[in-house]
Design a protein. Structure first.
Length: 416
């Protein structure tokens, strides 16, 4: 038995809405150990939804629908499912009462088109929606076929899945062996280089090791299927330890860690403070740092010195350095780092200056050229040059620059 996810909504096909439901459900099915090989997105069309059902039933026995449960004419999921199996729709009074109560709390009356949401196929069980007006259903229209429907609103679907769907699926024998995993995170090493170092681990069956890449960050997911979390991590942890030893300082954290949260922990442990001076990232570095709760304990602030006059008047960058070496240079990056460290009286500082593009590059200083300065607690200043390339585009160049700044600080904090 395997599951298939069918997301209904023309807005998904057009790309107007990010389909986060697919990601959530895919993760949840993996945790429960339910095989899941196909995902389908279909527009708001009765015949095409029925066709999607027909295709799915040839290869899957659990069909999970999201979307198309609302009150408008284009909400056709329930109607299409009932029509496919040639089962009449029945109005459920308890759904109507639930909707009336929710509307009353908002000081509104139930609209006539909302009554459509009380219709479910005869024989189906209501899947309650604690927060919204669109209930789902759990239905077994045929032997070895289970259908679950959820609204497309992610927050409503997540809660319904956790409170109703998971207990139901477990009652059917799923989840006795669940998949547990640890996501290892790396910065400063490419996917291919890391893969070469840990290639012998990709052939393992339990645990399994799989690589991922997102915006420059390489990840390895180490997963195990077991009857308990304790048993799973007895299998996972030796492989995790081996990977950490192989990767060395390129490994920075796991699961929900970020570069910003890791440097935050290190600064807190050392009771040290941080400031930043940014040019091409325009506040992106400071935003990453302050996205971590509790960052006010160690982050004092920053200066966005986009214009050279700000570099000189606020950070104390010398006009000579700007004229002789240019704003994007080792010298200016180091002077920016020293300047903000002195200005805000911090133990550490990071500076970033570069050419994010798409304009402004030259043969000598192309788009993607970035210098990162680090001023340390012992008042030593270093800088590093990066050639990030113009093919990444402006946003990714800025993102990579901020991440490299955090990573360079992390490495120094670890070794300091």
């Amino acid at each position: 038995m395997s599951a298939e996810i069918i997301c209904v909504g023309t807005e998904l096909l057009l790309g107007d809405i990010l389909n986060s439901n697919l990601q959530f459900l895919g993760q949840q099915l993996a945790i429960l150990g339910i095989p899941h090989y196909y995902q389908t997105v279909v527009g708001d069309n009765l015949d095409r939804v029925k066709q999607a059902i027909d295709i799915a039933l040839k290869r899957s026995s659990i069909l999970i629908f999201t979307g198309g449960l609302g009150p408008t004419p284009d909400d056709l999921t329930t109607e299409a499912i009932a029509a496919y199996f040639n089962i009449p729709l029945i109005s459920k009074p308890e759904i109507i009462e639930d909707m009336k109560a929710k509307f009353a709390k908002r000081g509104r009356e139930l609209a006539s088109n909302n009554y459509k949401q009380a219709l479910i196929p005869q024989g189906a069980t209501i899947l309650p929606n604690p927060t919204g007006t669109a209930p789902g259903m759990i239905w077994q229209p045929q032997a070895n076929v289970t259908i679950l429907t959820f609204p497309g609103v992610p927050s409503e679907m997540y809660r319904m899945w956790s409170e109703t769907a998971i207990p139901y699926l477990k009652s059917q024998g799923w989840g006795e062996e669940m998949i547990y995993s640890k996501m290892l995170r790396f910065w400063g090493i490419g996917e291919s280089n890391l893969a070469l170092k840990v290639n012998h681990l990709f052939s393992l069956n339990n645990p399994m090791v799989a690589p991922y890449v997102s915006k420059g960050e390489v990840r390895l997911r180490v997963s195990s299927k077991a009857k308990s979390e304790f048993e799973a991590f007895k299998i996972i942890n030796p492989v995790v330890d081996e990977i950490k030893n192989i990767a060395g300082e390129d490994y920075y954290g796991c699961d929900d860690d970020s570069l910003a949260s890791v440097i935050g922990k290190l600064l807190k442990e050392k009771k040290q403070t941080l400031s930043v001076a940014e040019s091409c990232t325009g506040g992106g570095l400071g935003s990453m740092i302050t996205s971590v709760s509790g960052s006010s304990d160690y982050f004092m602030g920053g200066v966005i010195s986009y214009d050279n006059r700000v570099k000189m008047s606020v950070l104390g960058v010398s006009e000579t350095s700007l004229n002789q070496f240019g704003a994007v240079s080792h010298q200016v990056a180091e002077e920016m780092a020293k300047g903000v460290q002195k200005l805000l009286n911090t133990d550490w500082s990071i500076s970033i200056t570069g050419i994010a593009g798409p304009e402004g590059g030259t043969m000598e200083k192309p788009v993607g050229l970035v210098y990162i300065g680090i001023a340390s607690a012992d008042r030593q200043v270093t800088s590093i040059k990066y050639l990030l390339g113009d093919e990444k585009g402006r946003d990714l160049i800025r993102h990579f620059s901020a991440c490299y700044g955090l990573d360079q600080l992390r490495r120094k904090l670890v070794n300091n």
